[in-house]
Write a protein that binds this ligand. Structure first.
Ligand SMILES: Cc1cc2nc3c(=O)[nH]c(=O)nc-3n(C[C@H](O)[C@H](O)[C@H](O)COP(=O)(O)O)c2cc1C
Length: 187
C-alpha cells in the first residue's frame, strides 16, 4: 500500500511540512510505503496563465509522486478562514478523471487558533466530495500548533496524539477494505 501525505501550503518551513513528515513516520512504522508531497514543490510558475488541460512536464513530474498512491492524507493549515490558495491550484490542475475521483482521502487540520484548521478542512472536504473522493470520516485537528507540536516529540496533547494514531490505523484499514471489495459480475 502506498500513501502520499500532501503538505497543503507552499510556505517555507511550514508546520504543515513538519506535521506531514511526522505523520509519514507513523505510517512507515505500520509498514506502509509513505511519502510526502509538499506544495512548496508545486510548479506554480509553470502553470501560471491558466494552462488548464495543457501538457506541462513540471506538473506531470510533480503529480507523478502521488497519482499512483492508494490514498492521500491532506495536512491543511487555515489561511483566512479557509485552506491555502496553492492547495486549490493543486486541485484545479489535477487530471480529470484520475485525480480526486475515487481517491481515498484523510484530513489533518492545523492552525494557530483554537479550531485547528477545522474550517479549512471542512471546506476542502466539500471540494473533495464534489469531485467524488472517498472521504475517511475521522479527522484530526491540531490546535495552537506552535505550542502543541514539536518535530521531535510530535503532538504534545495526548488525546490528539491518540486520535491521530487511531486515524492512521483506521485509514489503512479503510483503504484495504475499499480495494478488497468488488461487485460480483452479473451472470
Ligand atoms: C496567509 C495566512 C493566513 C492565515 N489565516 C489564519 C486564519 O484565518 N485563522 C487562523 O487561525 N490562523 C491563520 N493563520 C495562521 C496559520 O493557520 C498558522 O500559522 C498555521 O500554523 C500556519 O500553518 P503553516 O505553518 O503550515 O503555514 C494564517 C497564516 C497565514 C500565513
Amino acid at each position: 500500500m502506498k500513501i502520499t501525505i500532501i503538505s497543503g501550503t507552499d510556505r517555507p518551513g511550514s508546520f504543515s511540512d513538519k506535521v506531514s513528515k511526522f505523520v509519514r513516520s507513523k505510517y512507515e512504522s505500520l509498514g506502509v510505503d509513505a511519502n510526502v508531497a509538499s506544495l512548496t514543490e508545486f510548479p506554480l510558475q509553470s502553470v501560471a496563465g491558466g494552462k488548464y488541460g495543457k501538457d506541462i512536464p513540471e506538473l506531470k513530474s510533480f503529480n507523478a509522486q502521488l497519482l499512483d498512491s492508494d490514498g492521500w492524507v491532506m495536512v491543511i493549515p487555515e489561511y483566512n478562514g479557509s485552506f491555502p490558495g496553492i492547495l486549490k491550484m493543486f486541485v484545479d490542475y489535477l487530471p480529470y478523471p484520475g485525480g480526486l475521483n475515487g481517491k481515498p482521502l484523510s484530513f489533518i487540520g492545523e492552525g494557530d487558533g483554537s479550531f485547528g484548521g477545522l474550517r479549512a478542512v471542512e471546506q476542502m472536504q466539500m471540494v473533495a466530495s464534489y469531485r467524488d473522493a472517498y472521504i475517511f470520516p475521522e479527522r484530526v485537528f491540531i490546535q495552537r500548533v506552535r505550542k502543541n507540536f514539536d518535530e521531535q516529540e510530535g503532538i504534545k496533547d495526548e488525546m490528539v496524539q491518540s486520535l491521530l494514531d487511531k486515524q492512521i490505523k483506521g485509514f489503512v484499514d479503510y483503504i484495504g477494505r475499499l480495494t478488497a471489495t468488488s461487485v460480483p459480475a452479473h451472470s
